[in-house]
Design a protein around this ligand. Structure first.
Ligand SMILES: NC(=O)c1ccc[n+]([C@@H]2O[C@H](COP(=O)([O-])OP(=O)(O)OC[C@H]3O[C@@H](n4cnc5c(N)ncnc54)[C@H](OP(=O)(O)O)[C@@H]3O)[C@@H](O)[C@H]2O)c1
Length: 259
């Protein structure tokens, strides 16, 4: 089966392409780096020739309100129009658990706009909503940093490894379209402030994480359950502690690579 992964050079996309190839599919990594641009349309028609499935795991280079909305609207419209012309039978897109509860943020308004365009199109689809990636815990802390202090709310969340996100997306992309939304998450819930504290400590990062119920998640006010997936969510296998041990072991090696 030919499966085109738009954003196939990114964190999830590159893992997804590798898994699909390992399963014997013709997986194509499509992104500006490989000459395919879902905003300008460059290379899109050629890349989609003969494709059965298109998976969209792009992300916007800018998260500024107007820019991110323009990115996901333009990119999704271009993809769906080219898929209709190429006779693609399944559009899969990666979105975020809790999107409709996070609309205070321009990023999530853009993700909801992306989902709505997919639902309104004629292409059979599967929307995969994932929880935060383990790899995203540090960027969450970075965003919440002022000086040496990181203020985060004690909200519950159920993060997952990008590797498990890629496995779930591969499974869904190679199955029949659900014409609906599938939620995926990690095997266990944590509190946001607690996990950021563990992540930074394991990296010997000296910042102090302060539990602040009034602090936002990316500036968004969240309740205890805003970020949690629903009870039917498909859960990944990797545990945060194992992933953290692995990734902090690899970090010193990476630092020794020539720039
Ligand atoms: N981070 C999280 O915790 C989280 C949680 C749930 C869902 N998600 C969703 O997961 C998706 C993927 O995230 P990620 O972290 O894997 O992204 P990423 O590593 O930032 O990769 C983004 C990809 O998008 C590509 N791209 C950018 N502009 C493009 C364009 N004009 N045309 C085609 N491709 C373009 C990039 O290509 P180049 O390499 O060529 O620039 C890259 O391959 C996002 O939609 C995000 O909302 C993220």
């Amino acid at each position: 089966m030919k499966i085109v992964v738009i954003g196939g050079t990114g964190l999830v996309g590159s893992k997804l392409v590798k898994k699909l190839l390992e399963h014997g599919h013709e997986a194509v990594a499509a992104s500006p780096q490989t000459g395919v641009n879902s905003i300008t349309g460059e290379g899109l028609a050629d890349a989609l020739k003969g494709a059965s499935v298109v998976v969209d795991v792009t992300n916007s280079p800018s998260w500024e309100d107007a820019a991110v909305l323009k990115f996901f609207e333009t990119s999704t419209r271009n993809l769906l129009a080219n898929e209709a012309a190429a006779g693609v039978g399944h559009h899969v897109a990666l979105s975020v658990v809790g999107t409709e509860r996070l609309l205070e943020s321009g990023f999530f308004r853009a993700k909801l706009a992306q989902e709505n365009l997919i639902k309104a199109s004629s292409i059979p689809y599967s929307i995969v909503r994932a929880t935060q990636f383990f790899e995203f815990v540090k960027p969450i802390a970075d965003y919440a940093t002022e000086g040496n202090k990181v203020r985060l709310p004690p909200a519950l969340f159920q993060p997952m490894a990008a590797e498990d996100v890629a496995s779930a997306v591969a499974r869904i992309a190679t199955s029949a379209p659900v014409n609906g939304t599938v939620e995926i998450g990690g095997p266990e819930p944590f509190r946001l402030d607690e996990l950021a504290r563990r992540d930074l400590a394991a990296r010997q990062d000296p910042r102090e994480v302060i539990c602040d119920p009034h602090a936002g998640y990316y500036g968004i006010q969240v309740s205890e359950s805003t970020l949690l997936p629903d009870h039917n969510a498909q859960l990944g296998k990797a545990h945060f502690e194992d992933w953290l041990n692995q990734s902090t072991k690899q970090a010193p090696k990476a630092a020794q690579q020539p720039a």
